[in-house]
Ligand binder design. Structure first.
Ligand code: PLP
Length: 386
């Protein structure tokens, strides 16, 4: 049978490295896995305790509210007020999603259709490109690593006349980060061109050395033409819990809410209760998580620099985006990633998996401890010195 839509999804680019990793592990090799960005840090104890307590109550076993229980929506609005000085109405400007990824994918269903154009960054986290493609919309790119990012976005918007613009800073995989004034220009452009901006803010809290990633909703009036996705996945290291939010433009919030009321019955209520408590009672957790990634970033970047692979330390995210080292420049990133896996026993993601412009790089995810990261850089040194 020919299936619809999924034919447009290319084979998963990271599967090949994963396959080699499993093969090596089966053969008894110790592979250091810096490939998949799956956080290894434990979720806050308070989340686990609250989940257990809430799960013991039968009244929490029923269908929950698909747009999120009122206290959870109030908690995310309080977090935005405290952290970003942004006022949001929990009734009309906040909806719970099953992680940022689901939120983004279903949001696209209500924003785009065949005949529409969506402008997305490239290279980028795959759902930024494939959420619009799954709606049948046309996708056009802008180079997220351009020296003049707002210029690159403006040029793509003027050329493509999109209905929707997808942005995400600090950015996965390139770690590009922006200054607060950047979003003033984006919001002005969105107003001028009458488009909706979707800002995926998955790394809102993972920033280092005093850098504070701005929220697009900090721009006065941004909620007229912008929505932002925030998630507990990285900030609170709660990846498996699947708790995210879409915030901002009330029409988009209502549209997604209407769609979701047909698609799901909401996240398991004890998870929503635990998520509420975490945001209200463990507001310091994200900075502890960020500090851990910062020290891993330093271990990896210093280690790579010492072995002659110069990589700039990122200001945010949980990744290091590295141009292939000198002797391997010009090699396809997939080939280099497979070589690293086979010969150094270090798994990374090939840049080509993130779309046009990604080749020539690999992405390290900082999801192993410093001891393991040091082990990885020693193995890479042997490979580079061969
Ligand atoms: C840019 C970006 N957005 C969204 C996600 C997924 O977030 P969630 O777990 O909330 O679906 C990730 C995870 O790696 C990401 O890098």
């Amino acid at each position: 049978m020919q299936f619809r839509r999924i034919d447009q999804l290319p084979p998963y680019a990271f599967a090949e490295v994963d396959r080699i990793k499993l093969e090596l592990r089966r053969a008894g090799e110790d592979v250091i896995d810096l490939g998949f960005g799956n956080p290894d840090v434990a979720s806050p104890d308070i989340a686990v305790a609250k989940l257990q307590e809430a799960a013991a109550k039968p009244r929490n076993h029923r269908y929950s509210a698909s747009r999120g229980i009122p206290r959870l929506r109030a908690a995310i609005c309080d977090l935005y007020r405290r952290k970003f000085g942004v006022e949001l109405d929990p009734e009309t400007q906040a909806i719970t999603t099953i992680g940022a990824k689901e939120g983004l994918a279903h949001l696209m269903w209500v924003l785009a259709a065949p005949g529409d154009t969506v402008v997305v960054p490239t290279p980028t986290y795959p759902i930024h490109r494939y959420a619009p493609i799954l709606t049948g919309a046309r996708v056009a790119d802008f180079d997220v690593t351009a020296d003049d990012p707002i210029g690159a976005i403006r040029e793509a918007v003027e050329r493509e006349q999109p209905r929707v613009l997808v942005l995400s800073y600090p950015h996965n995989p390139t770690t590009v980060a922006v200054e607060p004034g950047f979003f003033d220009d984006v919001v002005a452009l969105a107003r001028e061109r009458e488009l909706l901006v979707v800002h995926d803010f998955a790394y809102a809290d993972l920033a280092f050395d005093g850098y504070e990633p701005p929220s697009i909703l900090q721009v006065p009036g941004a909620a007229d033409c912008c929505v932002e996705l925030y998630t507990l996945t990285k900030s609170f290291s709660m990846a498996g819990w699947r708790v995210g939010f879409m915030l901002g433009n009330p029409d988009a919030v209502a549209a997604l809410g209407r769609l979701k009321s047909y698609l799901d019955y909401g996240t398991f209520q004890p998870i929503q209760i635990a998520a509420t408590v975490v945001m209200n009672e463990a507001p310091e957790y994200p900075s502890e998580v960020a500090e851990l990634y910062r020290s891993r970033r330093d271990s990896l970047c210093n280690g790579l620099n010492r072995v002659g692979w110069a990589v700039p330390p990122p200001r945010g995210t949980m990744f290091v985006w590295a141009e292939l080292p000198e002797p391997y420049r010009g090699m396809p990133s997939m080939e280099f990633a497979l070589k690293l896996a086979r010969e150094a026993k270090v798994a990374v993601s090939p840049g080509s998996g993130f779309g046009p412009g990604g080749d020539g790089h690999v992405r390290f995810a900082l999801v192993e401890n410093e001891h393991r990261i040091a082990q990885a850089t020693r193995a890479i040194r042997r490979l580079l010195n061969e």
